[in-house]
Design a protein around this ligand. Structure first.
Ligand SMILES: CC(C)(COP(=O)(O)OP(=O)(O)OC[C@H]1O[C@@H](n2cnc3c(N)ncnc32)[C@H](O)[C@@H]1OP(=O)(O)O)[C@@H](O)C(=O)NCCC(=O)NCCS
Length: 439
């Protein structure tokens, strides 16, 4: 638990979050929810505070919302009932008035919460500006199978340029489930449709939909990740309920439209948005066009992630300290294991061609991802690269990880087994052991 009595837990927690903070700054996220979240005051307050926190971390944020329970409540107060066909509201003129009222009230309430900054509130000191406007052009759905949906519409166009301008100005953009037609009419839209269209138009990095139920496996555990193909198959074979099915369908269309990731989180899970975005285990379902894990050569953009991984290990003496300039110079020698944009593992292969050898160095796997075979995969990839370059021998220097190298087929060797150039750099004070593996 993070308390004053356990400062190390706090520091560990903050360090675990850092790679995500690096990865997310300047990215565009569209977060969308039905009106259900806003119907319960305490959930609503937490949700908006979480939005506020994301904005404060430099994420370009668009918040899309619906208002179904609020519209129903207003109709009920007038002793009327909403009419739905295949989960879609038929918006007559009375319902449209309720739509306008609900959207207006929610906008004011969301803006009020986003403006909070009292010293004892979670957003003390944060000054977050909110923009809202006529960003969505809509057209009527029309008559479908004999039902005239009247003022229920669908998105025709998104003014991405106008939204981007507000995001560039550092504002959070708030978009309700409402669109305007060139004829000056107002249309009630499905919030999932608005969210998908906005995410595609902005080429968002993430679309996060707050929904009802999440897809589960046979044991009833939430499916943490699904590729688009797996999600489509799931829709065909299981009944996930209307709301979740709709959310997945829109998420899939967003992926097809070029959005990098779509996440579903449950509105019933406390802090779901933050847990899904900032922990590797997540609490929702992430949908991706392709598998999310990649082992690849590092680029200059990975330097921040690599440093975040190495720094704690340098601080406790497991690895030798390397300054940023050195890592920058050596980055072409690095391989990284990336999971959804976050660097979870790295290793470097420094060749000594004259000795037909290479040093296997800077091996590190994020603390929360150890014992899952990542270290072994990084080594195997380095071995493959070494063989391609006709390197016959790998060597590694270690003070604390001797047995891992033994497990991987290395044998201990004297310092004289190192290439002469490397021997000259050997740090006698550190007294690392030398391990060698023939390829
Ligand atoms: C060493 C390290 C890269 C291994 O990564 P990993 O992805 O957890 O490794 P793998 O999943 O491939 O292998 C896990 C196995 O290695 C063992 N292992 C991990 N660290 C070890 C160590 N320091 N000494 C001995 N064995 C170790 C685990 O116990 C596990 O074995 P088991 O399954 O039999 O219990 C990782 O523990 C790490 O980042 N450590 C800190 C940095 C470090 O020591 N780098 C090497 C510097 S030379």
């Amino acid at each position: 638990m993070v308390t004053q009595a356990h400062p190390e837990a706090f520091v560990r927690w903050l360090r675990q979050v850092t790679p995500y903070v690096h990865a997310f700054r300047g990215r565009t996220f569209v977060i969308a929810t039905g009106g259900e979240v806003m119907a319960e005051r305490s959930r609503f307050v937490h949700f908006v505070h979480d939005i506020n926190l994301l904005a404060a971390l430099g994420i370009r944020l668009v918040l899309v919302h619906g208002a179904r329970p609020q519209i129903d409540a207003e109709l009920k107060a007038k002793r009327l009932r909403g009419r739905f066909v295949k989960g879609l509201r038929v918006t007559d003129s009375t319902a449209l008035t309720a739509v306008k009222h609900a959207a207006g009230v929610l906008r004011v309430e969301i803006e009020a919460l986003l403006s909070q900054g009292l010293p004892n509130s979670p957003m003390a000191g944060a000054r977050i500006r909110v923009a809202s406007g006529n960003y969505i052009t809509a057209r009527p759905i029309g008559v479908v199978n004999g039902t005239d949906f009247q003022y229920t519409g669908q998105v025709r166009r998104v003014d991405a340029q106008a939204i981007a301008a507000r995001l560039n100005a550092g504002e959070v953009v708030l978009i309700p489930h409402i669109g305007y037609s060139p004829t000056g009419e107002v249309f009630n839209l499905a919030w999932e449709d608005v969210a998908e269209s906005v995410a595609v138009a902005l080429k968002a990095d993430k679309l996060l939909l707050v929904t009802d139920r999440l897809p589960t496996n046979r044991k009833g555990e939430v499916r943490g990740e699904l590729t688009a193909r797996e999600a489509s198959a799931l829709l065909k074979k299981s009944d996930l309920g209307a709301a979740t099915t709709r959310a997945i369908e829109h998420a899939l269309r967003a992926l097809e439209g070029g959005v990098a990731r779509a996440h579903l989180v449950s509105r019933r899970t406390w802090g779901a948005t933050l847990l899904e975005l900032f922990t590797h285990w997540g609490v929702g379902t992430m949908l991706t066009a392709d598998p999310v894990e990649r082992l690849r050569e590092a680029t200059i953009e990975d330097i921040g992630g690599v440093i975040a991984l190495l720094e704690p290990l340098e601080a406790d003496g497991t690895l030798v300290k390397r300054n940023r300039e050195l890592i920058e110079a050596e980055i072409p020698n690095f391989l990284v294991l990336e999971h959804d944009g976050v660097i979870l593992g790295c290793a470097a292969l420094h060749p000594y061609p004259d000795a037909k050898s290479a040093e296997f160095a800077c091996l590190a796997v994020a603390a929360e991802r150890r014992d899952a075979g990542y270290g072994e995969r990084l080594l195997a990839a380095c071995e493959e690269r070494a063989r391609e370059r006709r390197i016959r021998r790998l060597f590694a220097l270690t003070t604390r990880t001797a047995h891992w190298f033994l497990d991987q087929g290395f044998v201990e060797a004297p310092i004289t087994a190192l290439p002469a150039q490397r021997q000259a750099l050997y740090n006698w004070k550190r007294g690392s052991k030398v391990f060698v593996k023939k390829l």
